[in-house]
Write a protein that binds this ligand. Structure first.
Ligand SMILES: *Cc1c(COP(=O)(O)O)cnc(C)c1O
Length: 403
């Protein structure tokens, strides 16, 4: 992290007990945002991330640049990951009665965007090592109503995409990658989000690269691009109008208002320039935790995160599994008392109030239920100091060995 970025960030205290914090904000982000403010144009027909295009809607050109950045064919910017999934689900035409296979060990919108379109989320269990959706269990869950699979790249570690893609091919299904946590992470050299039919990114404050709220929908199947753009533009064919394909734009399909503002888009574009720097910092902190906790693993007190050899993680989060949920609750409570903000997730969707409705009776997800009771996320953010991390390591070690 350059001194300059840190200096600007230094005056920007958000909370005293940080868990995830804003990324350091550099002068680049501030400059990009003020350029937009000076231009007086805060919303455009299309969210442009590239300053060369502030002057006008050079749509195709811009999207080519964004797509190059992520290594996908097309990138459609949206105002959140959730908006991206709404567009994705709409683009592939999920209808009432359609089933979409999702993990239960994930954040709510992975399933709620499916429900919003009238589809039924079918919850499938995860692998105990990467905590990613298990392809063998997915295969067993496929029925004649299955339309799509949504593998979540948990913690920025890639799912087994070749297994999911071959299941999709065999059964005529679509793959939408939940790469909310997977921006600038790779598997066999391919960007997460670029290997399915569609993939979605999040630029929420809690993610590695952020503009507060934002997202991108990556589209590999060119047939889906037009549809996603109509959905994003309130159900109008404004994009075709802008590119001169029609004389007047009008209502052509369902849609919503899913575009990001110019201000956040410009800010984000500038933040992405620091992507390598931010990732390197997170990697350093992640590896320091791994080293520090080896002895706890040898004593069978905890399990550490697993990154398969073919995956380049973006080190989105650092999680450990302790022995049981009592230990978890005790450790979390005590960490809070020491001023360390550690948290757990997820409440399994198949057990949640809204998710139970879609749960087939007798469908057990033992790994999800076990893991979500034992997981602790420790603080990781790019400008975490060695002293701060040593404090976390010492307190955590003390609490876990005190069983
Ligand atoms: C953050 C997150 C989302 C939601 O992202 P938003 O941009 O807030 O809509 C969805 N899925 C997963 C796995 C996430 O971590």
């Amino acid at each position: 992290m350059t001194k300059e970025r840190l200096a600007i960030y230094g005056g920007n205290k958000i909370i005293d007990r940080p868990f995830t914090r804003y990324n350091p904000i550099g002068k680049e982000e501030l400059q990009a945002a003020s350029q937009v403010l000076e231009s007086g144009v805060l919303s455009k027909f299309l969210g442009c991330w590239h300053e060369d295009f502030y002057g006008g809607p050079k749509v195709r050109e811009f999207e080519r640049i964004a797509a190059d950045y992520f290594g996908v064919k097309h990138a459609v910017t949206v105002n959140s990951w959730t908006s991206g999934l709404i567009a994705a689900v709409g683009a592939i035409g999920i209808e009432p009665g359609d089933e979409v296979i999702v993990p239960s060990f994930t954040f709510v919108p992975t399933a709620s965007a499916v429900v919003r379109a009238g589809g039924k989320p079918v919850f499938v269990d995860i692998r105990p090592d990467t905590l990613n959706l298990d392809p063998e269990l997915v295969e067993k869950a496929i029925t004649s109503n299955t339309k799509a699979i949504v593998p979540v790249h948990y913690a920025g570690v890639g799912c087994e995409m070749s297994a999911f893609n071959s299941l999709a091919q065999k059964n005529g299904l679509r793959i939408i990658e939940d790469a909310a946590q997977g921006v600038h992470a790779y598997c066999d050299g391919n960007a997460l989000g670029s290997m399915g039919d569609l993939g979605t990114y999040s630029f929420h404050q809690t993610k590695n690269f952020s503009c507060g709220e934002g997202g991108a929908l990556c589209i590999n199947d060119p047939f889906l691009v037009d549809r996603a753009e109509i959905l994003r533009e309130k159900g109008t064919n404004r994009r075709q109008f802008l590119s001169g394909q029609v004389d007047k734009y009008s209502w052509v399909d369902i849609g919503s208002s899913l575009l990001p503002s110019e201000l956040t888009s410009a800010f984000l574009y500038a933040q992405l320039q620091a992507a390598d720097e931010i990732t390197a910092k997170r990697k350093e902190i992640f590896n320091r935790y791994l080293d520090a906790f080896q002895s706890l693993v040898e004593d069978n007190l905890i399990q550490l995160p697993v990154i398969p050899e073919n995956c380049d993680s973006n080190y989105h989060l650092f999680h450990v599994l302790v022995r049981n949920s009592d230990t978890r609750d005790r450790v979390l409570e005590n960490l809070q008392e020491c001023g360390i903000h550690a948290v757990f997730h997820y409440v399994p969707l198949h057990l949640s109030k809204a998710g139970q409705k879609y749960q087939t009776a007798g469908n057990r997800l033992p790994v999800t239920e076990d893991v979500s009771g034992r997981l602790i996320r420790l603080p990781i953010y790019p400008d975490m100091t060695t002293d701060q991390q040593t404090l976390v390591v010492n307190e955590f070690t003390r609490l876990v060995t005190g069983d």
